[in-house]
Design a protein around this ligand. Structure first.
Ligand code: NAG
Ligand code: NAG
Ligand code: NAG
Ligand code: NAG
Length: 467
């Protein structure tokens, strides 16, 4: 039975009213229906029905004052955007009465009437708060909006709660508010009251970041040098500076790929079922993926066999251009303090110096004097732009799908053949690269080359969704 309306603000997020969850607080008892028009037709061509994995109600919501009537639903799977299912942005500019906005919903069309099967829309006029305060005797807060017609007749009603108040900018609709409360429906001098979303924009952004299930470790990175790794020539020997042993489990997406008990490459957990690794690591069915491990000599949180390995289409070029594999785990990883997936960058995020980038791995080389080969080590790394990288390696070798860093991140300096490059901004780590090649002898000037992950999002999405 439809209980409330809501609005899509991101593929995994629907915004609605907190008061919808007073009685049914359990996420699993809710389902989000998108792309619907006729609720009585359970077979509409463009409908998408998705379960809810988490309800985040505003902690300040009060039944008495009805303030902070906003909640976010995190969906179990992302909605697929198309002509019928699209997100709306929040209106952030001033909302001046008597602007007109639209409300939509499946609520009743008259007070105490039944809900309707076809989506309804009606236009309402925003009302100055002073007038509304007058009608509602001081119960109106600045974080609310009032709308209706002074003679009544148009309003949201039972079943519309949480639904969008959409306002037209001249180019597109933006979300001004959510249906919150009122007295009756469409009564004279009893306008509808809405949650004014622009006042809650920070809460919305923070709530979404907090429950995003990637890119955040329970144990924050520590002992990480404040400066990027360096290389120096000490009496004819190259030495790496700025590389330190990681604090255990501060990089919970890092996994060790092992064959017959020996570590041969790192991989990166991108969700509970999938690990991304360098293709040149040659992971095979039956190898082990070891998760939640710091010192390779000791017990790990979990070891899971490789179920299947998927490669990008290969051509015969050398060095290889498509140096990535997706490894499907034999059983889902148990997320916890020591095992947690990294975030993947969206196609339109570019990494630049505003990000803090780190590479992590196991193994040893002559350049790493003080680091145990068994313990996960870490180093900040500085980025090298493609122009500069090409000027050293040559135009042909460096493709647009590569990402270059300071030479110190090369396998010959850091010791791990599949090391990830993770970059952090706004508190979350994203996997931007997987090391592919570099100088053979830890050269002081030749940049390390990574496969850029932002460019292969589609391949990752298609592979991990299809199988
Ligand atoms: C929905 O459509 C599918 C095929 O398009 C059909 O098999 C199914 O019986 C329909 N269900 C209902 C409830 O109409
Ligand atoms: C509401 O206003 C919009 C824009 O002015 C208009 O296109 C739409 O037809 C109106 N809807 C109703 C139900 O009056
Ligand atoms: C708001 O109240 C003022 C003063 O009472 C009145 O003049 C005005 O018409 C009202 N505006 C609306 C939109 O009801
Ligand atoms: C690339 O990096 C070099 C060396 O740091 C710098 O001189 C150049 O301006 C950069 N080019 C671009 C396009 O950012």
């Amino acid at each position: 039975m439809p209980a409330c309306g809501g609005a899509i603000i991101a593929p995994l997020w629907v915004i609605t009213a907190a008061h919808c969850f007073l009685r049914f607080k359990d996420a699993s008892s809710w389902i989000v229906m998108a792309g619907k028009h006729d609720l009585d037709n359970s077979n509409e061509s463009f409908q998408q029905l998705v379960g809810v994995s988490k309800i985040v109600s505003h902690q300040g919501y009060s039944m008495r004052t009805k303030e902070f009537d906003v909640a976010l639903l995190k969906l179990r799977e992302p909605l697929q955007y198309n002509q019928y299912v699209r997100p709306i942005e929040i209106w952030m500019r001033p909302l001046h009465p008597p602007m007109r906005c639209s409300i939509t919903g499946w609520g009743s069309t008259r007070e105490n009437g039944p809900r309707v099967n076809l989506l309804q829309e009606v236009n309402v006029t925003l009302m100055p708060l002073d007038n509304c305060t007058h009608f509602y005797k001081g119960r109106i807060q600045p974080s609310m909006l009032c709308a209706g017609e002074s003679e009544g007749g148009v309003d949201a009603c039972q079943g519309d709660s949480g639904g969008p108040l959409s306002c037209y900018t001249g180019e597109r609709y933006q979300l001004g508010g959510l249906v919150s409360w009122g007295v009756g429906c469409g009564r004279v001098h009893k306008p509808g009251v809405y949650t004014k979303l622009q006042d809650h924009a920070d809460w919305i952004a923070n709530a979404m970041t907090r429950v995003l299930s990637c890119g955040k470790a329970e144990t924050p990175p520590c002992r990480l040098g404040s400066l990027p790794a360096t290389l120096s020539d000490v009496g004819g020997e190259v030495r790496a500076g700025g590389v330190t042993e990681a604090c255990p489990y501060s990089w919970p997406w890092q996994v060790s790929l092992q064959s017959e008990g020996r570590h041969y490459c790192s991989g990166t957990l991108i969700n509970r079922r999938w690990v991304l690794a360098a293709h040149h690591c040659n992971a095979k069915m039956g190898d082990m993926v070891v998760l939640g491990v710091h010192d390779l000599r000791f017990m790990a949180s979990q070891s899971v066999p490789v179920d299947e390995v998927f490669e990008q289409a290969q051509d015969s070029s050398f060095p290889p251009n498509n140096d990535l594999s997706l490894i499907r785990l034999g059983e889902p990883a148990r997320s916890g303090d020591s095992v947690f997936p990294v975030c993947l960058p969206d196609d339109d995020i570019e990494v630049d110096d505003s990000w803090t980038c780190v590479t992590t791995g196991w193994g040893q080389t002559k350049t790493l004097e003080k680091v145990s080969p068994h313990s996960l080590h870490q180093a900040r790394v500085s980025l090298v732009n493609l122009t500069a990288c090409r000027s050293i390696w040559g135009e042909d070798l460096i493709k647009d799908t590569h990402l270059c860093t300071h030479p110190a991140a090369a396998v010959s300096c850091m010791g791990d053949a599949g090391a990830p490059l993770v970059c952090q901004k706004h508190g979350l780590y994203f996997l931007f690269g997987v090391v592919t090649w570099g100088s053979r002898h830890c050269d002081l000037i030749k940049p390390a080359v990574f496969t850029s992950i932002a460019d292969v999002r589609l391949w990752i999405k298609d592979t991990t969704e299809d199988v």
